[in-house]
Design a protein. Structure first.
Length: 151
């Protein structure tokens, strides 16, 4: 049986590396690729949202380039900022809320993946079966988008 194409593809802007993706350089060394190639490969596919779990709205995404596979951190961080994009094993995902976590952080999105407020149109940005495409943005664009999201 062939997998169906996602009915909806959500584009998620991500600023990779630096303080927003503190593990990008380490991932690049571990997989023997330059950081720019890690970003290009990470942003290339349309991922499938397999399920939401771990924390409200955390998307487990399938379809990552196997070359980017990296083990979890040996000791999880006590605090991972909401919007952080990580890699663990053969999967990638996005932390929708601040939480502990052991995934290797390669970037961050300014989008809110989970909004439990009563006025929210829908509490979860993503749903199982959706497609997700990461769109690399520079820090200036990230900051501008983050300011828009806060308003």
């Amino acid at each position: 049986m062939r997998a169906r194409s996602p009915a909806r593809i959500v584009e998620v802007p991500v600023c990779y590396g630096g303080d927003l993706g503190p593990d990008l350089e380490e991932v690049a060394r571990a997989v023997a690729l330059p950081p720019e190639e890690v970003v290009a490969r990470h942003a290339a596919p349309v991922y499938r949202v397999h399920l939401l779990g771990f924390t409200p709205g955390f998307p487990y995404l399938g379809g990552m380039d196997p070359r980017l596979s990296c083990p979890r951190l040996p000791t999880p961080r006590l605090r991972v900022v909401a919007g952080s994009v990580g890699i663990a094993g053969a999967q990638t995902g996005v932390y929708p809320v601040e939480s502990p976590g052991g995934w290797r952080l390669v970037g961050r999105t300014p989008l809110a993946l989970f909004d439990p407020s009563p006025g929210a149109r829908r509490p979860f940005l993503l749903a199982p079966g959706d497609g997700l495409r990461f769109v690399p943005v520079d820090r200036a664009r990230y900051d501008a988008l983050a300011a828009e999201v806060r308003r």
